[in-house]
Design a protein around this ligand. Sequence first.
Ligand SMILES: Nc1ncnc2c1ncn2[C@@H]1O[C@H](COP(=O)(O)OP(=O)(O)OP(=O)(O)O)[C@@H](O)[C@H]1O
Ligand SMILES: [Mg+2]
Length: 476
Amino acid sequence: MGFEEATPIQEGTIRLGMEGKDIIGQAQTGTGKTTAFGIPLIEKIDTRDGNVQGLVIAPTRELAIQVSEELYRLGKDKNVRILSVFGGQEIGRQIRALKNRPQIIVGTPGRLLDHINRRTLKLENVNTLVLDEADEMLNMGFIEDIQSIMSNVPEARQTLLFSATMPDPIRRIAEKFMKSPEIVKIKSKEMTVENIEQFFVKSVEREKFDILSRLLNVHQPELAIVFGRTKRRVDELAHALNIRGYLAEGIHGDLSQAKRMSVLKQFKANKIDILVATDVAARGLDISGVSHVYNFDIPQDPESYVHRIGRTGRAGKKGVAVTFVTPREMGYLSIVERTTKKKMQALVPPTADEAVLGLQRVAMEQLETMTEKNNLGSYRELATEMLEKHDAVDLIAAALKTLTKDPEDAPVQITEERPLPSRGGGGYKGKGGGRSGGGYKGKGGGRSSGGGYKGRRDSGRASGGGRPGRTRRHES
Ligand SMILES: Nc1ncnc2c1ncn2[C@@H]1O[C@H](COP(=O)(O)OP(=O)(O)OP(=O)(O)O)[C@@H](O)[C@H]1O
Ligand SMILES: [Mg+2]
């Protein structure tokens, strides 16, 4: 797979895993935990045996697919048969695939239970059980499902639990399901990865979106993920970003599975530059090229923060994370910082002029690339003609101005989100209120953001596609 050396979590757990020990493995995001449990799991499979021997449970469909793909790569030479099963996909197709005697199943809890109940999935020969994102799987939303699934797996199994976060109360629950587990926690000063520069922006609700647009113009991310608190939020943000000329798409649990998969595929193929997501994309997803993560809404739990920003800065790469905080939510910021043991730097939002500078730089690069390509044909004759009448600097400035798209005055609609319930101190309290938490569901008053910085309407021409590796903008 091109890996040159084991990462610390791989070094710390692979041998123990092959000895058959139960393990709780905790290491920062993007440090190769999948391979850390994948190798012992694959090594134990008896390829002459057609029964299901390994079971991996993951919290989201996209993660289940990704993990099964990585296991496939690990087990390819050994010819291990791996199948992923998850909701939203036609069950008949999965039932047929289950008849092909897969040896490892990777699935989401709901669909696994469905197959168990239909007796299309038999787990009595499973000897290795893995919970990826273990703390999430043992949290309130999933615990009952996990317990039911576990009751179908033999007691004499090996259990492997991995995550970047493992709050103590959850670890204590985990230990009940395990046999004297080895706890392998990769020591680091901070819970988050050092390569991620972490910022926060203090802003009132209605100014967040304009600040986000300006940050995108200044940062020019290769690929970015914008996290929003609710599904409605994600829809509105994706729509608003498109109005402002970005190539953005939303992903959340209300979309069809086909749509979720196609959005993710487009993002991976760089056909869209910005993925707007709820926490459904927070855990485990490994997408190369994600240079920036923006928390448009500060997450409710510190753990969610760790996983969200961990979508960048993976496998040693650099990343930037920016978290928006409204004045009333500042208490959450300190809770996050206390958990991660890392202070975020205050980021002064760029002014409209600074943001335009970013766009101007993009225009300049476009002009330079075009010049270097050197296939300007008849445009050169026109240029010569124009140079006879005008100053060269004026002409280039005019060309740059035409290319610079600044649709900041395009009105957008972002419903205000109620701030998280005020919370000044206290440490981790678990997901007391269940998964929806402070998520605001009512009507927000429908105020729109934007509209602030009027009077610079460029003709908005020249979509041009931008340069590869930069956030492109399309014509709105
Ligand atoms: N030994 C290695 N050397 C280099 N790259 C590696 C190594 N092991 C894994 N990787 C790569 O690092 C990336 C991150 O791995 P992985 O997704 O397993 O991280 P993770 O620790 O599970 O992160 P998360 O907590 O976000 O789930 C993947 O692209 C993987 O292929
Ligand atoms: Mg992972």
